[in-house]
Design a protein. Structure first.
Length: 165
């Protein structure tokens, strides 16, 4: 899931030496794995408000800002350092969207009550439904009926009786 450690170590050494391209390539190599990790761990209700890519972007900005500090004293592998920052961002998103009373995703309600259909919704749907087939749909339906009849006629009498019942 995470990029290979050997190449990451090479890029870390180059970035520590001041190579800006190595720094950019290092962060870019880990972006997709980080996005998958965030998407798996982000609460479904929060995903309706916040995209995993937004959190990854915040992590990448922070990682870019703090990379020199990390390179001076790498206390953990690089991918774990990124995961740790991502976990903090996920917690922040959770607090922001579930913890605040006014804006909590838990306060959101569906337009209709679950299990019941709102009468105005039913009326709207009945107005939108068209019981007439388009010419293409009518031709397709007629062709399917012809195929069905041909298939039924090829069956022996007992099987045909079962199908027609």
């Amino acid at each position: 899931m995470w990029p290979e450690a050997d190449k990451t170590q090479e890029l870390l050494l180059s970035a520590k030496a001041g190579d800006e391209q190595a720094r950019d390539h290092l962060l870019q190599r880990h972006r997709e794995a980080l996005r998958r990790m965030v998407a798996m761990r982000l609460d479904r209700k929060i995903q309706q408000r916040v995209d995993a890519s937004d959190i990854v972007q915040e992590v990448m900005v922070e990682a870019n800002r703090r990379l020199a500090q990390y390179l001076e004293n790498p206390v953990m592998p690089f991918h774990l350092w990124l995961r740790h920052m991502a976990k903090d961002r996920i917690i922040d998103a959770h607090r922001r969207h579930r913890g605040s009373a006014k804006r909590s995703v838990d306060r959101e309600q569906a337009m209709t009550a679950p299990g019941k259909l709102d009468r105005s919704t039913v009326q709207l749907v009945s107005q939108l439904c068209d019981d007439q087939l388009t010419p293409a749909a009518a031709a397709t339906m007629e062709e399917l009926q012809d195929r069905f009849e041909a298939a039924v006629n090829e069956m022996d009498e007992q099987d045909r009786e079962i199908i027609l019942m």
